[in-house]
Write a protein that binds this ligand. Structure first.
Ligand code: ADP
Length: 195
């Protein structure tokens, strides 16, 4: 049986940074839909061209397409050795959560925990702007797009916190502090799911 985790939080909450540390510590397959979309954009593939306008505006890519991308990414790594799946930036809507639930049931896998990184609006805006200055990510440089992504988070994604809390698998962690401190907080929770 694998151990499968969702890393959850607003844009700029540090999911990508923390996911890389968790992947290494627990030998997980790191699945970031945002990373896949950016890779396809860079390759200028047909998928990349299809999702560009959503990413550029800070809007969510449609659920069905995002789910297909997630499945393809899992399939691409099916020969790899890993102890579980680490979802980063997925799910972002209730419909996505339901698709994930159905998929995990079908492959006979649990969703063990949803780790929520709690970071204030001011701090996420500060971090995204900082990242945009060096990464050149176009969705990180415009204040309007950053505000859009936060709006999308609050309206479409935040309801998932209640959804997972009701299932008893939500664990909130303070997402402010040093990268190492936050990693430790996540491990304090995640350790118990790995024997
Ligand atoms: P951040 O967490 O900083 O917003 P991501 O890399 O997770 O960055 O996502 C970047 C963009 O990719 C999102 O703004 C959205 O357009 C798209 N995206 C990523 N994951 C999803 C998803 N699960 N559903 C729909 N769109 C997504």
């Amino acid at each position: 049986m694998m151990t499968n985790l969702v890393l959850f939080g607003p844009p700029g909450s540090g999911k990508g940074t923390q996911a890389a540390l968790l992947r290494n510590r627990y030998h997980l397959l790191h699945l970031s839909t945002g990373d896949v979309f950016r890779r396809e954009l860079q390759n200028n593939s047909s998928l990349g061209r299809e999702v560009r306008s959503y990413l550029d505006q800070g809007l969510l890519v449609p659920d069905q397409l995002t789910f297909q991308v997630l499945l393809a990414e899992i399939d691409r790594h099916k020969q790899d050795a890993f102890r579980g799946l680490l979802f980063d930036g997925y799910p972002r809507t209730l419909a996505q959560a339901e698709m994930l639930h159905t998929y995990l049931q079908k492959i006979n896998q649990p969703l063990n925990a949803v780790l929520l990184l709690e970071v204030s609006d001011e701090e996420v805006i500060r971090r995204i702007q900082l990242r945009g200055a060096s990464s050149g990510r176009t969705d990180d440089t415009s204040d309007e797009i950053i505000r859009n992504r936060l709006r999308v988070y609050y309206s479409q994604t935040l309801p998932l916190v209640d959804y997972y809390r009701q299932q008893g698998i939500l664990h909130a962690v303070a997402g402010e502090g040093s990268v190492e401190e936050i990693h430790q907080r996540l491990c304090d929770i995640a350790d118990r799911f790995f024997s």
